[in-house]
Design a protein around this ligand. Structure first.
Ligand SMILES: C[S@@+](CC[C@H](N)C(=O)[O-])C[C@H]1O[C@@H](n2cnc3c(N)ncnc32)[C@H](O)[C@@H]1O
Length: 206
């Protein structure tokens, strides 16, 4: 079961995107959403054991995806794709309601190391997108270093990409003025709240 906030990034992959890369995919909540929506999905994760859970989840739900065990910093898809979902590893501070220990673990160095990895993964993923394709970046972190600052840095260095603000999400997840979506745990409090998330959708020009 995914938190409602965790289900939002996959909803930003355009319905007509045929081939979709799901990077950092395990245990597969988003892969299952993408496969159920009819996309041809390749799911990449560096953890064999977490990919095992993804495989079980696909079998249980009778959904299909190609699974690749690889570090996305070294792997190559071999062809450009229509859309990419990068649900990057992060400090997970947005999940503190269910996992209070994340607040203790998220020391400045952990956050900075995650931000460095996120930047590298995003730079790499961006190379694999067709012109006009969409790349959705998400983290379940409340830290601007892992969200807003990663996207600002990327856009500053990649003038062929822009934030694609035309998104169709529920009212509680309206994009900010800058075009990204910031979910904070206090949203929908009466219904039990949400995990904190940062989500940005980028489009490649051309
Ligand atoms: C936030 S979790 C992904 C959750 C998943 N997208 C889902 O919806 O179930 C981050 C994942 O990134 C994977 N990961 C970490 N570093 C990676 C790397 N360099 N290349 C590929 N996957 C990586 C971890 O194994 C972990 O499964």
């Amino acid at each position: 079961m995914q938190d409602l906030a965790a289900s939002l990034p996959a909803r930003l992959i355009p319905a007509d995107a045929r081939e979709v890369l799901d990077l950092c995919a395990a245990p597969g909540g988003k892969t299952m959403q993408l496969a159920a929506a009819g996309h041809r999905v390749t799911s990449v994760d560096s953890s064999e054991s977490r990919l095992g859970r993804l495989r079980e989840n696909l079998e249980r739900t009778h959904l299909a995806a190609e699974l690749v065990a690889a570090d996305a910093r070294n792997w190559e898809p071999g062809r450009a794709v229509d859309a990419i979902l990068l649900d990057a590893p992060c400090s997970a501070t947005g999940t503190f309601r269910r996992h209070p220990e994340v607040l203790y673990r998220a020391r400045p160095k952990i956050v900075a190391d995650n931000a460095e990895l996120q930047r590298r993964l995003l730079d790499r993923a961006a190379q694999w997108l067709k012109p006009g394709g969409r790349l959705v970046y998400s983290v379940c972190s409340l830290e601007p270093q892992e969200g807003e600052e990663v996207i600002e840095g990327f856009l500053g260095a990649n003038s062929d990409f822009a934030i694609s603000t035309k998104v169709d999400l529920p009212n509680f997840a309206k994009p900010s003025e800058q075009g990204w979506v910031r979910i904070v745990p206090g949203l929908l409090e009466a219904e039990g709240g949400l995990d904190g998330f940062f989500i940005a959708r980028l489009v490649r020009g051309g």
